[in-house]
Design a protein around this ligand. Structure first.
Ligand code: GLC
Length: 628
């Protein structure tokens, strides 16, 4: 008897699934004057009208975010009703130019509009320091440098400029700003954050959100319903507080590790920046790849639904990060159910969209995911798309925006404001007018790729000067003027070494790295760089060391031999901004956005500034000498 009953259930479910899927073929094509197609209607009215027309398969398709290289054929986009595509860092078009990007994104968007209901895709990129997948884009300082400026108005302007460059290439969504709070400089993502101070992260994060989301057209300025570029607060929640050695990826050490913090600390330190940026109007929130307690963030229903959506009232899209959903222990089916029931609205699959959509359709049919949960996610996704104008406007390509002179001038200003003067013996800086002979050395002196860091054209960054920008050496030569002799030798070896230069400038530091690839046991200068500095010291009356790095470096006693030290972080394409300050055209105003440890055993340094061994950091948060 039981077997018969079970078979009847299975048969009934199969029929239900068949007609649910079959419905796509049988249901009507919407008329041209369907309410949701009318831009004069309110966003909510359009969402509800469209939602009620959608089949389960179409709804689940909208919750699917895939990496553009995962598309096996463009026809799958309308066939599966894919809601979003992304370019993972480095997933560029063959023709990696602003035009090439516009063509690529437009092609995917047009494909999506061929679906029965014509719902356009969201297209997302990691524009974390400019629209920097694109060759020719303005490359702004990475967030840690913006944290050193502490200047919310500047950050707003940088986000505005970034949004314009994103929009000009047809892209609608940026996975920025980063609100992580790095406490352990061994973490490879330290530079992606504004610093370890939750107050600073909240202020700058909110400014960045407004810079991305606010519409340009004054007539729409006060229209709450309109969004220019969708922002993303990442990564929710507790990133920066992971414990060394807890990374799940065996090639990493701390990235994607276990955040050790009480709920009280999570609420008092990590949550406030998200609250402030949600109140600023953030359009989406990305869930971190870390673990809190014994549960992956993607499975944390309490933090995602009760706290983020409930207490903070977040009404935008909650999106998972990369492969994070499938890192939830268990089957792919089970992981998808857990993540969506935890409150994730859009799953960055990012590869196997066919199995993902089939799993979720089955889960709804079996009652493992409620239709109400699906509808909540789809409403959030459609609301973003209507607010972005994706149904009503077709983006037009404007070559003049990407990498414009105006944006590069802004980036150069940001570089100048981001520099932190850590030491200045005998006020060697700014360089005086009687400095007529300068020697420059170091691996990072003439390398726009190195000074830009990762998330630049490629995930792990690029090397050299083959793309638009100004190296620090070029900037020094430009600003020094014709009456100053500037020599350069990367290794610090100079021919006429019996003659002392007035000043030696060593530009040294880290090569680009992203995510866990940058996890380092002890972040410090290479032996090659230290040797170059030593050689420079022997042929210069004074030595200035410029540190190019994604984080504070352990410098040890070497610092004692350097007359001046400048933390320049990862300045991006406009290296001349460093020379502007070295030569006194701009003052040093930057301050450390996080403490600078003296020794590795001091980290992690807690948000209230306590080191692990009770000793003082080399420089405290917000240290910075000034020159005026
Ligand atoms: C990465 C990062 C995240 C980024 C995403 C898409 O794994 O964790 O910051 O936005 O993938 O590229």
């Amino acid at each position: 008897m039981g077997l018969i009953f079970f078979l009847l259930i299975i048969a009934g479910l199969s029929v239900y699934i068949f007609f649910t899927n079959k419905k796509d073929v049988l249901v009507d094509m919407p008329s041209q004057n369907a309410l949701y197609k009318n831009p004069k209607k309110t966003v909510d009215a359009r969402v509800e009208d469209l939602l009620k027309r959608m089949t389960l398969k179409e709804k689940v398709g909208q919750m699917t975010l895939i990496e553009k290289k995962s598309i096996s054929e463009e026809g799958d986009i309308p066939l599966y009703g894919i809601g979003g595509l992304l370019s993972g860092a480095g997933a560029n078009p063959e023709n990696n130019s602003p035009e090439g990007w516009f063509e690529m994104v437009s092609g995917f968007t047009e494909a999506s509009k061929q679906s029965r209901l014509g719902i356009p895709i969201l297209y997302g990129v990691d524009a974390v320091h400019g629209h920097t997948n694109v060759v020719g884009a303005t490359i702004f300082p990475h967030a840690i440098g913006l944290g050193a400026t502490g200047n919310a108005d500047l950050v707003y302007k940088i986000a505005r400029a970034t949004a314009r460059e994103i929009k000009a290439t047809g892209v609608s969504w940026s996975f920025s700003p980063n609100l992580d709070l790095p406490q352990d400089i061994r973490w490879g993502r330290t530079y992606e954050a504004f610093g370890d101070d939750p107050v600073l992260a909240g202020t700058l994060g909110a400014a960045y959100v407004k810079g991305l989301e606010e519409v340009e057209d004054s007539k729409d300025k006060n229209d709450e319903e309109k969004v220019f570029i969708l922002s993303t607060l990442k990564h929710y929640i507790g990133l920066g507080g992971m414990r060394w050695g807890t990374a799940t990826n065996p090639e990493y050490r701390i990235d994607q590790g276990v955040t050790e913090s009480s709920e009280e600390l999570l609420r008092s330190v990590y949550l406030p920046p998200f609250r402030e940026a949600v109140e600023a109007g953030a359009g989406s929130v990305m869930i971190g790849l870390n673990t809190w307690g014994d549960t992956k963030l993607a499975a944390q229903r309490y933090l995602v639904t009760d706290v983020l959506k409930g207490e903070l009232g977040f009404d935008g899209i909650v999106v998972s990060d990369w492969y994070g959903v499938y890192e939830i222990p268990g089957s792919e089916y089970g992981a998808s159910v857990i993540a969506i029931n935890a409150g994730i609205d859009m799953v960055m699959v990012p590869f196997e969209y066919k199995s993902f959509t089939n799993n979720v359709i089955s889960a709804v049919s079996r009652g493992d995911i409620s239709m109400a949960r699906i509808d909540d996610s789809v409403r959030r996704i459609l609301r973003a798309k209507f607010r972005l104008g994706l149904f009503d406007e077709s983006p037009t390509f404007d070559a003049s925006v990407v990498g414009s002179k105006e944006h590069r001038t802004l980036a150069r200003e940001a570089v100048s404001e981001s520099l932190v003067l850590l030491k200045n013996e005998a006020e060697v800086l700014p360089l005086r007018d009687d400095v007529k002979h300068i020697r420059v050395a170091g691996s990072a002196a003439d390398n726009i790729g190195q000074q830009s860091g990762a998330w630049t054209i490629e995930w792990q960054g690029v090397d050299g000067n083959w793309f638009p920008g100004t190296s620090i050496l070029t900037g020094i030569k430009e600003i020094a003027g014709s009456d100053v002799r500037v020599e350069y030798s990367s290794d610090g070896v100079f021919e006429n070494d019996l003659e002392y230069a007035d000043v030696g400038i060593a530009v040294v530091g880290e090569s680009p790295y992203a995510e866990g690839v940058g996890d380092r046991e002890s972040p410090k200068l290479s032996a090659v760089d230290l040797a170059a500095i030593e050689r420079l010291r022997w042929v210069s009356k004074k030595v200035v060391v410029i540190l190019i790095s994604g984080r504070p470096l352990i410098v040890g006693d070497a610092l004692l031999n350097w007359d001046a030290v400048v933390a320049a972080w990862l300045p991006g394409s406009e290296g001349a901004g460093v020379a502007d300050v070295l030569f006194g055209k701009k003052p040093f105003v930057g301050t450390l956005p996080l403490p600078w440890p003296a020794r590795v055993r001091q980290v992690p340094i807690t948000p209230d500034g306590r080191t692990q061994d009770g000793s003082n950091p080399l420089f405290p948060r917000y240290f910075g000498l000034t020159t005026d």
